[in-house]
Design a protein around this ligand. Structure first.
Ligand SMILES: NC(=O)c1ccc[n+]([C@@H]2O[C@H](COP(=O)([O-])OP(=O)(O)OC[C@H]3O[C@@H](n4cnc5c(N)ncnc54)[C@H](OP(=O)(O)O)[C@@H]3O)[C@@H](O)[C@H]2O)c1
Length: 278
């Protein structure tokens, strides 16, 4: 099995694969072997985070794959406790040590954690880390509009990516419109929808049957067809192949309108003004 995943432009001139491999909550040898197999099958974008405590296994998976490092798009994230001047740099260096690499392709602020007020300092330091070549691209995760505007006001630099909770059940329509206007790529975490269960809905099954695909493919295609990146996690080779097989069929406008009825609204998403992670 081997497949090709297309990529999307970033506003800084780079490109990002449209489908990547989530790694949470994988760990250890299992994760290293699984990632190596996923990479050999065609995955190039790998999503990890300091907070997942699995960067060592991710680095090992990349090495075991035999695919050259420069062909891999490795994302990691600044943990809450590593926000702030000096700490952001130290956190990245520790991530790179564990990953066994001298640069990350994409570094994200994992959560804004507004109670600490350190996101802007973190962002300014990330701009320096990019200049130094320790990261190729810089972005954020779980930021809402006013939090993105704060970073831009202080630096004149928009993130290239905002990784957000995203599925047909949490469509984030207004936030995605804001991102699109600034050329910021939306990257969907929990793209299969988790407890909101967009895969289990009658309309998803109906569309899947008509197109001759799986429900999971309908849910992931919904995101990529609107320009988002998705990072589904699977420990099952059949499923991870299905999750990358999103480019041989298309949802119609009527399908998109039907799937829009599944949206539970912004209030159902984890609230970035109050939810914090460390
Ligand atoms: N930035 C953030 O704050 C944040 C938060 C959460 C997650 N993330 C990232 O996003 C990634 C994805 O999120 P997630 O892991 O929570 O959710 P997800 O990828 O939407 O769902 C993973 C679950 O779906 C199952 N699954 C995978 N493919 C399937 C398919 N084709 N059909 C049916 N079930 C399938 C998996 O089980 P099997 O293993 O049995 O296939 C697993 O239980 C994470 O791994 C992590 O890298 C980021």
């Amino acid at each position: 099995m081997s497949f090709h995943i297309p990529d999307l432009p970033l506003h800084d001139g780079g490109r990002i694969p449209a489908v990547g491999a989530g790694t949470w909550p994988g760990k250890g040898n299992d994760l290293a072997d699984r990632l190596a197999a996923m990479i050999r099958d065609g995955y190039r974008l790998i999503d990890t985070a300091a907070q997942y405590a699995n960067e060592g296994a991710v680095g090992e998976g990349v090495r075991r794959s035999g695919v050259p490092r420069e062909e891999i798009f490795l994302t990691t994230k600044v943990a809450g406790m590593d926000q702030g001047r000096g700490l952001t740099r130290a956190g990245l260096l520790e991530s790179l040590r564990k990953l066994g690499t001298d640069y990350a392709d994409l570094l994200l602020i994992h959560w804004p954690n507004p109670s600490r007020g350190l996101a802007v300092d973190t962002w300014l330091e990330m701009i320096e880390l990019r200049t130094e070549g320790l990261v190729q691209h810089i972005g954020v995760s779980n930021f809402v509009q006013h939090q993105l505007e704060e970073l831009h006001a202080a630096s004149g630099v928009w993130p290239v990516v905002n990784q957000i909770q995203l599925s047909p059940a949490l469509a984030r329509t207004e936030l995605r419109a804001f991102l699109a206007e600034r050329g910021i790529v939306a990257e969907g975490w929990r793209p299969l929808g988790g407890p909101e269960d967009p895969m289990g809905q009658i309309i998803t099954g109906k569309i899947a049957r008509r197109l001759g695909v799986e429900r999971s493919q309908v849910v992931l295609r919904w995101a990529v067809q609107q320009g988002a990146v998705v990072i589904p996690a699977s420990s099952n080779p059949h499923r991870w192949a299905l999750n990358a097989d999103l480019f041989g069929f298309e949802l119609t406008d009527a399908d998109l309108a039907d799937l829009a009825t599944l949206d539970l609204g912004e209030a159902a998403a984890w609230d970035s003004r109050t939810h914090e992670e460390w």
